[in-house]
Design a protein around this ligand. Structure first.
Ligand code: CTP
Ligand code: MG
Length: 183
């Protein structure tokens, strides 16, 4: 049973690591709105730079929500957690939360360049934008933390779990009426 324990420990570690980057997107859906980050500006191709789906409030409150959840995780770490769980730092949770919405912004930029209207789906990119953004920014800002905490099995779980969680959360948001489309 050693192998099962090992993979379950990696799965729980993947969720623990990625939680600060899973929160900002749904938080932005619930708390966002108002002034768009691109200020309504158009690109030379005639399409919006980012679109109305990327707002200043969504960005700021989304990041804040991710950092808040991460801070609760850091507090819990001082209350005795299972040995195997990786330990967050204020830097790791900040980079993960910021990177998630940075990835989301970059994705929208390229979505608009491809002529895909705001809110329409762009498979694969919609599911992995925030994970790619979160992991790349954290790798850039805290490389030692990433290399010592995100092992290969944890990384594989992140790749498998992320699109499933993304799908589940969006379906939930849609059925609750918080989100206009189920993706
Ligand atoms: N949102 C926000 N600010 C952000 C990100 C998201 O206000 N920085 C809110 C917007 O209300 C947005 C909703 O969350 O419509 C859903 O986010 P998302 O699916 O990322 O954006 P889309 O509207 O689908 O736009 P895009 O096609 O650019 O992905
Ligand atoms: Mg969308």
């Amino acid at each position: 049973m050693v192998h099962i324990d090992y993979w379950i420990a990696a799965l729980l570690s993947a969720l623990w690591i990625m939680l600060p980057s899973y929160v900002p997107n749904p938080a932005a859906v619930i708390l966002g709105g108002g002034i768009p980050i691109d200020g309504g500006r158009l690109h030379a191709d005639g399409n919006r730079l980012l679109g109305d789906g990327k707002t200043v409030r969504g960005l700021l409150l989304g990041i804040l929500a991710g950092v808040l959840v991460g801070s609760v995780q850091i507090l819990l770490q001082t209350q005795g957690l299972p040995e195997f769980l990786p330990r967050h730092t204020l830097l790791s949770v900040s980079l993960l939360a910021t990177g998630a919405l940075a990835g989301d912004l970059v994705k929208s930029y390229f979505k608009r360049r491809r002529g895909i209207p705001q809110g329409q789906k762009w498979p694969v990119a919609d599911q992995y934008d925030f994970v790619a953004g979160a992991l790349l920014l954290t790798l850039a800002g805290a490389p030692a933390w990433v290399l010592s905490n995100i092992t290969i099995p944890i990384f594989l779980w992140i790749l498998v779990l992320t699109p499933l969680l993304h799908r589940a959360v969006n379906l939930l948001g849609y059925s609750l009426g918080v989100k206009d489309v189920p993706w």
